[in-house]
Design a protein around this ligand. Structure first.
Ligand code: ZN
Length: 437
């Protein structure tokens, strides 16, 4: 099984500047190669020259241009060979994806690659061979950079903020990538290992997020779990709504102030400022409590299972009524939950994916009959018109989700997924309590 481990780095200002410099050069190379590729593309359209086509459209065509570029732009030599090589491979892959899309080999067509702005996204540094160009001793990661003008190998040592997780051995590590997220530099190790017993991904669970509860889960262990919404959301949202309307009523009392230079601004009343501060407090509380909730659920899921698949559907639309607004709250909760899940998966060396939700509710899991007109949201249980089996709405969807998750994971799947027991998870502020449905 292939997974990844992400660990934040502790870098000094000087080390950050070096990493930024390497990333900038990689970004420059990407844009340079794209400029060349754009030229080749025009040329190829005119001439259909095979040599041009080979450079432009094969996996390693652009990579072969690097040695020549290094001669003309010696600063490229200050970056280690594999990150440079990976810049070219990345661009070639993007071009090939574009080609595949054009020829209908992909579900969705993709655009021809575009120039990248380094300021907008930090170009990651990829060392794609096991222990080539990087080494780890305790908490110290040493990266090989390029060579200086005298041909001397440059290196950079940075500290990991924490040790590798216990399940990762040195021989499991295949690749190493340096990324920057916000202000944080991280190393991502790609890890490949066999799970005990040689059977990968034995315990898999699929989640169907919906409006009625937070999510409904069905696992290969036959357990169906209704994961309830956090209890505190409703009351906090009510408080937020109340404070907001009170605060906004004070808007009228704002005073228009004219500065000495003649420009004007609105000075809110003291009551507005007071209510706004209270409101921000409640928002903060909501954020903090939600975070605890999401991590608690994610940790529990990855404690019980090796892989989690979650439905990809995100309902959208304007919120006019209270009920709609509430379900929209659920939406952003959902997005955050996906983030948290993928992060916990990364940290624990387990798998995360999203399964395509289209039609999962209206399709009978047992006989695959599809109710064409769909099943209205208020119908919580239904009988299949074809095979007459009874379904709990969300459970049927989650069972379909489990089949799709297993398929996406490439796990051999034996048709129907039975549910042998049902339970409810409730969050009590500290942990999850499990109850009977
Ligand atoms: Zn049926």
């Amino acid at each position: 099984m292939r997974s990844a481990v992400k660990i934040p780095l502790v870098v000094t200002e000087q080390q950050a500047a070096i990493l930024d410099g390497q990333s900038k050069i990689a970004n420059w190379l990407y844009n340079k190669l794209l400029e060349i590729a754009n030229g080749l593309r025009r040329q190829y359209r005119g001439s259909q020259d095979k040599e041009v086509g080979r450079t432009l459209y094969t996996e390693r065509g652009l990579r072969d241009l690097i040695p020549d570029l290094k001669e003309h732009h010696p600063f490229l030599k200050t970056v280690y060979s594999s990150p440079l090589k990976n810049v070219a491979l990345r661009l070639s892959l993007a071009i090939r994806s574009y080609q595949d899309g054009k020829h209908g080999k992909r579900k969705k067509p993709v655009n021809w690659p575009r120039f990248r702005a380094w300021k907008r996204s930090w170009f990651s540094l990829q060392y794609d061979e096991a222990w080539k160009g990087y080494d780890l001793a305790g908490h110290t990661l040493t990266l090989s950079l390029g060579k200086d003008a005298a041909g001397k190998q440059l290196k950079l040592s940075v500290a990991l903020s924490e040790a590798l997780p216990a399940w990762v051995n040195r021989e499991h590590i295949r690749q190493c990538r340096i990324v920057k997220e916000g202000h944080l530099y991280c190393v991502v190790f790609t890890v490949e290992r066999k799970l005990p017993g040689g059977k990968p991904l034995q315990r898999v669970v699929a989640l169907d997020p919906n409006h009625k509860n937070f999510a409904y889960a069905v696992g290969t262990d036959g357990k169906a779990t209704e994961i309830q919404n956090p209890y505190f959301l409703k009351s906090l949202d009510k408080r937020i709504a109340r404070l907001k309307s009170k605060r906004d009523r004070c808007k009228k009392k704002a005073k228009k102030i004219t500065r000495q230079d003649g420009s004007t601004f609105w000075l809110p009343s003291r009551r507005w400022l007071y209510l706004n501060a209270r409101l921000q407090d409640v928002y903060r509380k909501r954020r903090d409590q939600t975070k605890v909730y999401l991590y608690t659920v994610a940790n529990r899921l990855y404690h019980d299972y090796d892989a989690v698949g979650i439905g990809d559907y995100v309902p959208h639309g304007g919120g006019i009524t209270k009920k709609m607004r509430r379900s929209m709250n659920n939406q952003s909760l959902n997005r955050r939950f996906k983030h948290v899940l993928s992060w916990v998966a990364l940290r624990s060396g387990k798998a995360y994916l999203e399964w395509e939700e289209g039609g999962s509710t209206r399709t009978c899991h047992d006989c695959t009959y599809t109710v064409i007109e769909g099943i209205p949201p208020e119908v919580r249980a239904w009988d299949c018109p074809n095979c007459s089996r009874s379904h709990i709405r969300d459970e049927n969807a989650a069972r379909n989700g489990l089949t799709r998750t297993l398929k996406a994971l490439g796990v051999p799947c034996s048709g129907r997924r039975e549910v042998s027991s049902r339970r409810v998870w409730r969050f009590n502020g500290l942990g999850l309590t499990s109850g009977v449905r």
